[in-house]
Write a protein that binds this ligand. Structure first.
Ligand SMILES: NC(=O)c1ccc[n+]([C@@H]2O[C@H](COP(=O)([O-])OP(=O)(O)OC[C@H]3O[C@@H](n4cnc5c(N)ncnc54)[C@H](OP(=O)(O)O)[C@@H]3O)[C@@H](O)[C@H]2O)c1
Length: 312
């Protein structure tokens, strides 16, 4: 049987947007415990441009050439012999390696079936967006009803869900965003939105139980002082300074505890039911992945950027 081909984005060398090339490559074959997915929407996340730029070669090595993309929604095309949960035609989302392509491969346990009322667009925002927000707030962040918290980068692909989920939990949200995103973040349910371009967040947020920081650098440095003793700082970008944590009497975490599959199912249902909404910043076709990553790297998105690869 002749091997089937597909269109994919291929990276042969690290660099800027122009290293993302559209190529015809061999379609991958699922191993016995794997699923071949026909990609509908591939999720564009900051990790994609960080890897492409070659910034993460020590902590997140990839072998060149590679097809970018870690997460997607799509339809099951073919399953390996030992796969029991999914069948061809099933609507799924999850961790799918090489998602910037017409077809990608996933391990069975990395996929979730989509509830009937969940759209492919919304499904593609869950991994590394809603799920990360859940991790930061509830798994790492131990957030309880009634607690005040400070959420940085509240308009982003993670932040948009963090604001809504914290509100859903009954917490009091203070969020940061730039001027053009203030109304958007307010509409998500933040009690107070700080325009970080004009106002120091330290002047507004004081004695919070939790800071979720997806900005890092100076934002992290200035965040310690707003946390009450015994509180928690969750970083999504870097291993936070344990020296500072000790000095301020708080706990600092980076990817220490993850949502369970049951958490992910609950979260998916909240989104499918429209109780938590997903804002899509923009959708690009696969052959404009360079433009999508350029937009992502500009770091002022509102919601999640997607690549539309195949029609439904
Ligand atoms: N550890 C993990 O599991 C994990 C998972 C997902 C993401 N991440 C990381 O978390 C970070 C955010 O991811 P994302 O997907 O939400 O990114 P994104 O969708 O690109 O959003 C970035 C947001 O940052 C905001 N922003 C930029 N500078 C800011 C500042 N100084 N203060 C406050 N907000 C600022 C922007 O809003 P304005 O226009 O309002 O500035 C934008 O909405 C990335 O570094 C990503 O790699 C980590």
């Amino acid at each position: 049987m002749s091997k089937k081909s597909m269109q994919a984005i291929v990276v042969n060398e690290y660099g800027g947007p122009n290293v993302l090339k559209v190529k015809t490559v061999e379609r991958p074959q699922p191993k016995t415990d794997e699923v071949l997915v026909r990609i509908v929407y591939a999720t564009v996340i900051p990790l994609d441009y960080k890897i492409r730029n070659g910034w993460l070669q020590t902590v997140f090595p990839v072998t060149l050439p590679y097809i970018p993309g870690f997460y997607a929604s799509g339809v099951v095309e073919e399953v390996g012999q030992s796969v029991t949960e999914f069948k061809p035609g099933g609507r799924i989302f999850g961790s799918i390696s090489g998602a910037y392509a017409e077809y990608g491969i996933a391990k069975e346990q990395e996929l979730m079936a989509m509830p009937e009322n969940l759209t492919f667009e919304d499904a593609a925002t869950i991994k590394a967006g809603a799920e990360t927000a859940w991790k930061a707030l509830f798994a790492d962040g131990e957030l309880q009803s009634g607690q005040p918290l400070l959420l940085h980068a509240a308009a982003g692909g993670v932040g948009q869900f963090a604001v809504q989920l914290a509100k859903w939990k009954g917490a009091t949200v203070i969020a940061t965003a730039s001027t053009s995103n203030l109304d958007f973040v307010k509409s998500l349910g933040a009690g107070r939105v700080v325009d970080y371009t004009t106002t120091k967040f330290e002047d507004v947020a004081k004695d919070v139980d939790l800071v979720v920081d997806s900005v890092g650098g100076e934002t992290e440095t200035r965040s310690w002082a707003v946390i009450k003793k015994g509180g928690i700082l969750v970083s999504l970008t870097q291993d936070p300074s344990q020296e500072n944590a000790e000095q301020y009497g708080v706990t600092a975490k980076f990817n220490t505890k993850f949502p369970t599959r049951e958490d992910l199912q609950n979260l998916t249902n909240l989104i499918a039911e429209g109780r938590i909404t997903a804002k899509i910043d923009s959708i690009f076709p696969l052959n404009q992945a360079d433009k999508a990553l350029e937009k992502s790297e500009a770091r002022h998105g509102r919601g999640r950027i997607l690549l539309n690869v195949n029609s439904i």
